[in-house]
Design a protein around this ligand. Structure first.
Ligand SMILES: C[S@@+](CC[C@H](N)C(=O)[O-])C[C@H]1O[C@@H](n2cnc3c(N)ncnc32)[C@H](O)[C@@H]1O
Length: 278
């Protein structure tokens, strides 16, 4: 048996084996079955069922997108940046004010972005909504919100399709929003064909492909933000983009009456487009 396990685990990096052993110990699942799943390219986050996102530990379940380190990076940076953008936001984050701030996250997946923002602003009271086209994602995001126990704020995920011309029409979507965040699907249909098995065989293609040129969702977001009454007059927008998309997405947002800024991640890539109403 030991020799069999040694052969089975020889294809795994040492740290993954350590995590799987830990996972097997914590959940009474056999190490052999966990290793077999990993060797079949299932991501370790789905096998263990969680992934750290800052100091949160979020539930992960296929096929909902596993939160990525680059998403954590800009979300944490946004939490620091927002109080510096205007007086109303600054007052709000210093402590409770008479008004709540409303936040909408488009394509919320695990709920990682709004849940971390609420967690990092413990003094503010934010009414956050995450929408997703996938019921798997909506359920997981609501479970994550309960698990993470955000104090003064509330977060609720709801099923909706933001590409639908009738969006927003559900009761759960209640504009105007003060903060709009999104990490939409942004890889091209061609890039999808070249993804590693770990991603392509387990994560939902709907979470990844942004149309033939990868930009379909940004065009839609640009249309949404230019609608009367969708955003408040001092709203801030934060969009994650693919590594070559920042300039074109920034131009789209700029053309809708917003000043824009592009943030580079710690690895030097242009990863986030920030927008403020002009
Ligand atoms: C790249 S994932 C991001 C998930 C999560 N926000 C994160 O950063 O880990 C994009 C998400 O958008 C959702 N999505 C795709 N098309 C959508 C649509 N038309 N309306 C609403 N959500 C959509 C997917 O189901 C997926 O959860």
């Amino acid at each position: 048996m030991h020799a069999f396990m040694r052969t089975l685990t020889s294809g795994l990096p040492g740290n993954e084996l350590k995590w799987l052993k830990q996972g097997a110990k914590e959940s009474n699942r056999s190490l052999e079955s966990l290793v077999k799943r990993r060797l079949a390219h299932e991501p370790i986050q789905y096998i263990l069922g969680t992934e750290p996102f800052g100091d949160l530990d979020l539930l992960c379940r296929a096929p909902v997108l596993i939160p990525r380190p680059e998403t954590h990076w800009w979300t944490a940076a946004l939490a620091e940046y927002l109080p510096k953008t205007n007086k109303r936001f600054a007052e709000h984050f210093a402590g409770p004010t008479s008004r709540t701030l409303s936040l909408l996250d488009l394509g919320t997946g695990s709920g990682c972005i709004p849940i971390l923002l609420c967690h990092l602003w413990p003094k503010g009271s934010i009414v956050a909504t995450g929408i997703d086209i996938s019921q798997h994602a909506v359920s997981l995001a609501n479970e994550n919100a309960t698990l993470c126990g955000i104090s003064r704020s509330t977060f609720k995920a709801a099923l909706a399709d933001f590409l639908d011309p009738a969006f927003p029409n559900a009761e759960t979507i209640n504009p105007p929003y003060d903060i709009l965040t999104s990490n939409p699907p942004y890889i091209t249909a061609d890039e999808y064909l070249h993804l590693d098995d770990d991603v392509a065989n387990f994560e939902d293609p709907t979470a990844l492909i942004g149309g033939s040129d990868g930009l379909q969702y940004y065009r839609d977001i640009a249309n949404l933000i230019s609608r009367d009454g969708f955003l408040s007059s001092d709203a801030v927008i934060a969009l994650e983009v693919g590594h070559s998309q920042a300039d074109v997405v920034s131009d789209m947002i700029h053309s809708k009456g917003f000043n824009t800024d592009i943030w580079r991640d710690p690895w030097g890539k242009k990863r986030t487009v920030i927008g403020h109403r002009r």
